[in-house]
Every structure is written in structure tokens, then in C-alpha cells.
Design a protein around this ligand. Structure first.
Ligand SMILES: *Cc1c(COP(=O)(O)O)cnc(C)c1O
Ligand SMILES: [Zn+2]
Length: 405
């Protein structure tokens, strides 16, 4: 069984053998992977391969031979001085996860879940997706040689559909919202015994995203930043990042996590967690019809919403939303200052950071890490309308020379 000890209910604490199971049979709470004590130190990791599998002892795969790797992870933590200067911050970093093999952070959770599916000999995998998970799951399934079934709303970006299809996945375009696609995926996964990475394999899936905390700490010389800005859809990633920093603390890799402050960033057209936070409530009221250019974050009924609210209380948190115009400005601000072209989800992070600096919530001298989770090449339709129109000219140097300032 390797380092995996059990699956433990996040609500009532009941522990289960690490099988194909994802909710507690007593209370329907979500299950988290628990590990045996392991002996690792900082140096264990530092000399290893430059992928998130460098932390494999802390990931839920019993036998290394079952790892399905596209070499994702250990993405750049880019010091963003030009962006910082524009915002009035002295130490900002961008965790640039747009450069993963399928161009989003979803290669982390999908890679771990597909590896676990291989390890437990499931006959097929799949996912419910807002777009990026489709390609991440499909690509890892291709590498593993497993059939892959994607369930996604039919209105996601064309590139994301083309990309997933290219990896050989079967793509079910559901007429409806992400929540509709999710419900269908859950039923199919249950009835056919397929590993739906973000539903019935969720305990394993979420573990992949905690490497976003490990890497940032390692890249900062085993330090925990003061402030994180995290885009939120289902909330699984935010929760996993918190878990990651806590595990590093428990292992003695970092001194403290107490100073950490967390910001949840959502688009105005789908911000159920921000709404709940601002109401001061515990309950996340689902958004029936999400309407935003940040389609990756268009999850009306976020599975981990309640736990995000808990994390925000635990870590001096804030939650803020930005509208489509602000998101586009966030994309362009990042690309023009730092040379990083992100999709709207990354624009949400940047725009929320800008808004909260302007509101005086983020202080000038804080060490801030802004998570940029997906690539702009997947979503050019979101910004093409605000870019300068192309002026096609004859190949005449004199004319062109006169046109250029
Ligand atoms: C899925 C996704 C998110 C949100 O992650 P959750 O775990 O659903 O909160 C953020 N950014 C991008 C680019 C995504 O694809
Ligand atoms: Zn329980």
C-alpha cells in the first residue's frame, strides 16, 4: 500500500481502507488521503526530477511504477517586478502554471488521479470539466493507454474541445451547465465503474494540487509567502494549497503557516463563494446560470465551497470578484508587464489582486504569490475583441515606414 494509510472523512473522522470510494458512508462527508509517517527532508526533493512527482512520497501512489507522468509541474515562480510596480507592490511572484504540458494546472490533479486509476486497475477514466480538466485527463489517459470519457458543457472554448479530442478522448458535450455535466458524469462513473477523476476519484485528485504549495515554498527557499491569490471554481485547488502548506509545516520544512493570508478570486458572473463570504454566511447558494468569460471558473454549485469559507476564516482570508471587463484588463496587464499570456481564470487572479491593493487590503511590502493557472492560447476569443484591429498593408517599405511612429 506504500505510504497511503487510509481515506479519512473530513467531517466525522471515520477512516476507510484506501479503496475506490469518495464519500463517507456514515455522514456523506468527503474523504481525504492519510499517509503513514515518512522520512524525508528538504534535500530529498531538491535534487530530484523537475516535475511535481519529485514529491512522490507525499502523493497517493503506492508503487512508483504506476506513475503516469507527462512531466508536469515545477513550473516557474516568476518574480514580477514590472507588474508589482504597476500595482504598487514591492514583492510579487506569479506562479505560472500556464506552461504545463496541457497548458493548465489541471495536469497536477488529473495526473495523480489517472496514475491511481492505473494502480487500482480501473478500465477507463473520465471527468466532468469546465474545459481544462478535459485535456489534462485525456492526455494522461492517452499516456496510460486508458479510454477516457469527458463530460463538459457544450459552450466551452473550441480549442479546449479540439485539444481533448486530439488526445483521443470521447467527448460528451452536454447541453447545459457544468453542474449538469457533473451530475451525468457521476451517474455514468457509478454505473460503469469508471474512474471519474474529479468525482469518484476526488480524494486522490485533490492531492495533485497541493504540489502548488510545495513548489512555491521550495522555490522561495522553503518559505511561506504572506499572501496568496487563488482563482476559485469548485474550490478544490484552494483547499489543496492550504493542505500542502500545512503538511510542509508538519514535516518541519517551513517554520510557520500562521502569517499566511488567502484570497479567493472569482468572476462576477459566477461568484457564489464570494457572495457567501461577503454575507458572512456558512452556506454557499448555487448560481443557477453562470455567465462569465472565465469559463474555467463557471461552477455554479462548488463542491468545496463550504471548505473554502472555512479556509478563509482560518487564514485571515478575503474573497473578491471582478467583472468581464476587469478580467480582460487583468489578462492584458499581466501579458504586457510580465510576458505571461493567461486565460480569463488567470485574469481573475490578477484583477482581484489589483482591486484589493487599490482598496488597501494588500500592503505594499507583503510577499504576494498570484496563481496563474491556465494559458491564454486556449481562450483567444475572450480578448480578440479588445485587441487592435489588424491593418493589412502592401509590402511597400516606404509606405509602412511612414505609418510606424
Ligand atoms: C479548474 C480551474 C480553476 C479552478 O480550480 P478549482 O479546483 O475548481 O477551484 C482555476 N483555473 C483554471 C485555469 C482551471 O482550469
Ligand atoms: Zn463521515
Amino acid at each position: 500500500m506504500g505510504n497511503i494509510r487510509s481515506l479519512k472523512c473530513r467531517e466525522c473522522g471515520k477512516e476507510y481502507e484506501p479503496q475506490f470510494r469518495y464519500v463517507c458512508e456514515e455522514c456523506f462527508g468527503p474523504l481525504d488521503v492519510m499517509y503513514r509517517e515518512i522520512s524525508v527532508n528538504r534535500h530529498t526533493f531538491e535534487s530530484r526530477e523537475k516535475t511535481y512527482w519529485r514529491y512522490h512520497e507525499l502523493l497517493p501512489i503506492a508503487d512508483k511504477n504506476n506513475i503516469v507522468s507527462l512531466n508536469a509541474g515545477l513550473t516557474p515562480l516568476q518574480r514580477a517586478d514590472r507588474l508589482g510596480e504597476k500595482l504598487g507592490l514591492s514583492e510579487v511572484y506569479v506562479k505560472n502554471d500556464s506552461v504545463n504540458p496541457t497548458f493548465s494546472f489541471k495536469d497536477r490533479p488529473a495526473g495523480v488521479a489517472v496514475s491511481r486509476a492505473k494502480e487500482t486497475k480501473l478500465k477507463a477514466v473520465g471527468c466532468a470539466s469546465t474545459g481544462n480538466l478535459a485535456s489534462a485527463t485525456a492526455a494522461h489517459a492517452a499516456k496510460a493507454g486508458l479510454p477516457c470519457y469527458i463530460f463538459a458543457p457544450s459552450d466551452i472554448e473550441h480549442v479546449k474541445i479540439a485539444q481533448a479530442l486530439s488526445y483521443g478522448a470521447e467527448f460528451v458535450a452536454v447541453e447545459g451547465t457544468y453542474d449538469d455535466a457533473n451530475r451525468i458524469a457521476a451517474i455514468i462513473g457509478e454505473s460503469k465503474g469508471y474512474g471519474i477523476v474529479n468525482i469518484n476519484m476526488r480524494p486522490y485528485y485533490v492531492e495533485g494540487s497541493k504540489t502548488l504549495a510545495y513548489e512555491v515554498a521550495e522555490q522561495l527557499g522553503w518559505q511561506v509567502p504572506d499572501r496568496l491569490i487563488i482563482p476559485v471554481g469548485s474550490g478544490a485547488m484552494l483547499n489543496a494549497i492550504c493542505k500542502g502548506f500545512e503538511e510542509l509545516h508538519a514535516l518541519g520544512f517551513v517554520d510557520s503557516v500562521k502569517h499566511l493570508k488567502i484570497i479567493a478570486a472569482q468572476p462576477h458572473g459566477c461568484a457564489p463563494i464570494v457572495d457567501a463570504f461577503k454575507r458572512g454566511g456558512d452556506e454557499v447558494i448555487p448560481v443557477e446560470k453562470p455567465d462569465t468569460i472565465a469559463k474555467s471558473l463557471a461552477i455554479g454549485d462548488p463542491g468545496d465551497g463550504m471548505y473554502v469559507l472555512k479556509r478563509l476564516r482560518q487564514y485571515n482570508g478575503l474573497a473578491e470578484e471582478v467583472n468581464d471587463g476587469e478580467i480582460v484588463n487583468g489578462i492584458l496587464l499581466l501579458s504586457k508587464t510580465e510576458g505571461i499570456f493567461t486565460e480569463p481564470a488567470g485574469g481573475v487572479s490578477v484583477a482581484v489582486m489589483k482591486k484589493l491593493v487599490e482598496q488597501g487590503e494588500i500592503q505594499k511590502d507583503e510577499k504576494v504569490v498570484c496563481y496563474v493557472t491556465g494559458n491564454g492560447l486556449k481562450t483567444t476569443e475572450a480578448i480578440i475583441g479588445v485587441l487592435p484591429k489588424l491593418n493589412v498593408v502592401k509590402p511597400d517599405a516606404a509606405v509602412i515606414s511612414a505609418m510606424i511612429r
